[in-house]
Design a protein around this ligand. Structure first.
Ligand SMILES: [Fe+2]
Ligand SMILES: [Fe+2]
Length: 245
């Protein structure tokens, strides 16, 4: 099976979006354990930043800069990485000082921003980069990705921690909100289903979607769905009540 490095980067966005969907619905009135917030910060630092960004910045972006192409979109992404690091640093500082509410606000800011960054990478940047690297170069990129996997962690670890955090946070807040439009169409419904079934009992998942989909509704059959009014987007709530079956 030939792998594509941009597909790998796209898939690494899913656990990041899963954690973001839990963090985005946090309110300062929710009693989220400081340990959980710390774990969320560690997830962002170790996996979104060190692990995933190592692949983006040190491998893909560096190689792109050596080519005779306009790399201003890459510089824009790097600036956003830098900005998000700043927000997470603020969250960590607030947490250290015992300012739980400030930590929640900063983590929520990160969570509200990151889907848009991911969306542009998935839909604009990566397809563009996929065209400028030839197969041999993509093989080299994949080998460097393997090095990152050996040194900095694994996707499995990233996924497990994302699942754990999602459950812990949503158990306390009762809500999650997912910007599903950041996920490529072919994987979007599977991702929503995964989050819906990961919901603790009586929790709600708000889904920002592109248009009404009977197919998705059919697949969510065992869950309660309610359409909600949101400006400029098709949105609905999934509620995990007591299981029907
Ligand atoms: Fe990025
Ligand atoms: Fe990314």
């Amino acid at each position: 099976m030939t792998k594509n490095p941009f597909k790998i980067l796209t898939i690494e966005h899913y656990p990041i979006l899963q954690v973001a969907s839990a963090l985005a619905a946090m309110k300062t009135t929710h009693e989220i354990d400081p340990e959980t917030l710390k774990e969320a910060i560690n997830f962002i630092r170790n996996f979104a930043d060190r692990y995933h960004h190592e692949k983006e910045e040190k491998v893909v972006f560096e190689r792109t800069k050596k080519k005779k192409v306009d790399y201003s979109p890459i510089e824009a992404m790097e600036k956003e990485h830098e900005m998000t690091r700043g927000v997470v640093k603020q969250a960590a500082k607030a947490l250290e000082e015992g300012k739980i509410e400030d930590a929640i606000v900063n983590l929520r800011n990160w969570a509200n921003f990151i889907p848009n960054h991911i969306e542009r990478e998935n839909f604009v940047l990566f397809p563009g980069l996929d065209n400028i690297f030839n197969e041999e170069e993509k093989e080299e990129i994949l080998r460097e990705f393997e090095r990152v996997d050996e040194e900095l962690g694994s996707f499995k670890e990233m996924e497990n921690l994302a699942n754990k955090l999602f459950l812990e946070i949503v158990s306390k807040s009762g809500n999650a909100i997912v910007e599903a439009r950041a996920i490529p169409k072919e994987s979007r419904d599977d991702f929503i289903l995964k989050l819906a079934h990961a919901l603790p009992k009586n929790a709600t998942l708000t889904v920002l979607y592109d248009e009404k989909s009977e197919e998705l509704e059919k697949r969510l059959d065992s869950l309660e769905i309610e359409e909600i009014k949101k400006k400029g987007v098709y949105a609905f709530k999934i509620k995990r009540g007591e299981d029907k079956n």
